[in-house]
Design a protein around this ligand. Structure first.
Ligand code: NAI
Ligand code: MG
Length: 491
């Protein structure tokens, strides 16, 4: 079965849900076309699952958790299975990179970077599975108290379309390491790598029912999954609005949630910074994946003495950026779909109409297919901190520049949105590095770097509207488990 689904993907045929280790269609038989964002052409289809399919998948995951061999599988064995899955990802790396790149339109090298990070997640959580443990607690005379770290049970993972394979890996890696079972609902716009990875998990030896996939629209399959009483914990990455809806649905059953909800992440450039070293990071943080990244560095705060210098260096770089089809491997690919393209183009048009100075515009490759969803990068500055492009998550290649005077104003501007996911600080003043890192409200702060290399090992998550709970790193294992306290009275 290992190469079966990948062959059907290549041939553009109908893909299936994976429930209880078996490929199954939606009970309704309804399907969603899978299009390549580079040209808009349909090349496969996935089931449009509904509540009845979700129920089947949750029941399979429930059985596997309650009664299957999984519940008796020791931690080191769970870790070994994850490690095997990582090796299978590596072995099928070219195929997975091409698949992800075609499904999402991201440049091929980003598809390869996603494969490398995916492999690392399974490797990391494979190694971590048997290295997390509880405590013994000093208590009353005549007692021994200890804690156990237990899985939640059935974990529902609702995955977005921007980095589907990586985000699945950080969810599945941590959830399976702790002994949960999984029902994953990938985004309707990018489901293929999720189906393929679940298939590789079966090949690695995960028991049937441990790793289930149901594809479908958010309003149908996603909503049914977050409200299902058989789900014990929900983890979500995506838009703030959908995050609120999912929390409300999960609240009906009082279930715990992890929410990773995007941002408006600032990079602060002080006058003493090594500007030449900063420039490639400042550009890449908003251009990687076409800016469709929750941790995209979409605001640059620049100290006044170097504002002109940094703005013109960025304008020079922006005017040379080119968007094109994924296989051309240019600076950026298309947006994921027509709706996202229109959203990003709408933000740019509205800013221009409002008189926000446009400093530079990149281009779209002249031979890019006309059916693709391209937007050329846009650089704005100086932007009013109250403007829509200064406050809202655009999720596209749109960068805003803001001048500031002194540390206090930099911190106020950095913290001046509803989000708090990531921040970058560029300065060679050691004291300032520490002060600013502490005062910026963001789940990750990079000093003289940004988003360094994916950061599988680094805890990640938001403050404020960027969400709550932490993924990645060892810390994710705490979110994916619950503490049980056991007290013995022995006299
Ligand atoms: P979305 O947040 O609606 O979609 C993400 C996932 O949630 C998909 O799997 C979708 O099927 C599912 N979903 C949608 N509605 C649901 C519901 N009611 N119940 C359960 N699941 C549901 O994001 P969308 O609509 O694709 O993109 C809109 C905007 O969201 C983007 O322009 C961007 O600003 C933001 N976004 C942020 C992401 C991030 O990584 N922070 C990822 C994707 C989108
Ligand atoms: Mg697609």
């Amino acid at each position: 079965m290992g190469s079966h689904l990948s062959t059907t993907v290549a041939q553009g045929r109908a893909l299936m849900n994976l429930i209880d280790g078996k490929p199954v269609d939606a009970l309704s038989g309804q399907r969603i076309d899978v299009a390549c964002p580079s040209d808009g052409n349909v090349f496969a289809s996935v089931p449009a699952s509904g509540a009845a399919d979700v129920d089947r998948a949750v029941k399979a995951a429930r059985r596997a958790f309650d009664a299957g061999p999984w519940s008796r599988t020791p931690a080191f064995e769970r870790g070994r299975l994850l490690t095997k899955l990582g090796l299978l990802v590596e072995k099928h790396g070219d195929e997975l990179a091409a698949l992800e790149s075609r499904d999402t339109g991201k440049p091929l090298r980003q598809g390869r970077a996603d494969v490398a990070a995916t492999m690392r997640y399974y490797e990391f959580y494979g190694g971590a599975a048997d290295k997390i443990h509880g405590d013994t607690i000093p208590f009353l005379d005549g007692y021994t108290a200890l804690t156990l770290r237990e899985p939640h049970g059935v974990v529902a993972g609702i995955i977005p379309w921007n980095y589907p394979m990586q985000i699945l890996a950080r969810v599945a890696g941590a959830a399976l390491a702790m002994g949960n079972t999984l029902v994953v609902k990938p985004a309707e716009d990018a489901s293929l790598s999720t189906i393929r990875i679940a298939e590789l998990a079966l090949e690695a030896g995960f028991p049937e029912g441990v790793f289930n996939v149901i594809t479908g629209y958010g309003r149908d399959a996603g909503a049914a999954l977050s409200a299902h009483p058989g789900v014990d914990y929900v983890t979500f990455t995506g838009s703030t609005l959908t995050g609120t809806a999912i929390q409300q649905a999960a609240a009906v059953n009082n279930r715990g949630v992890t929410m990773e909800l995007g941002g408006k992440s600032p990079q602060i450039v002080f006058a003493d910074a090594d500007i030449e070293a900063a420039l490639p990071y400042l550009v890449n943080a908003i251009i990687q994946n076409g800016g469709q990244t929750c941790s995209a560095g979409s605001r640059i705060l620049i100290e006044k003495p170097v504002y002109g210098q940094v703005a013109s260096a960025l304008a020079d770089r922006f005017s040379k950026l080119t968007a094109g089809p994924h296989e051309a491997d240019l600076d950026l690919g298309p947006m994921i779909n027509a709706k996202q393209r229109d959203r990003v183009a709408g933000f740019i048009a509205a800013a221009e109409e409002a008189g926000v100075p446009l400093l530079a515009r990149g281009s779209v490759a002249h031979d890019a297919p006309s059916g693709g969803f391209y937007v050329s990068p846009a650089l704005f500055g100086a932007v009013d901190p109250a403007a829509a492009i200064a406050q809202e998550e655009v999720f596209g290649p749109v960068l805003s520049l803001f001048p500031f005077e002194g540390e206090e104003q930099a911190i106020a501007l950095a913290n001046g949105t509803e989000f708090g996911l990531v921040a970058g600080v560029w300065t060679n003043d050691g004291g300032r590095q520490h002060r600013v890192a502490k005062r910026v409200r963001a789940g990750q702060v990079f000093v003289n770097a940004y988003g360094a290399g994916g950061g599988v090992e680094l805890p990640f998550g938001g403050f404020k509207k960027s969400g709550h709970g932490r993924e990645k790193g060892f810390e994710a294992l705490f979110d994916m488990s619950a503490t049980k306290t056991v007290v013995f009275r022995h006299g």
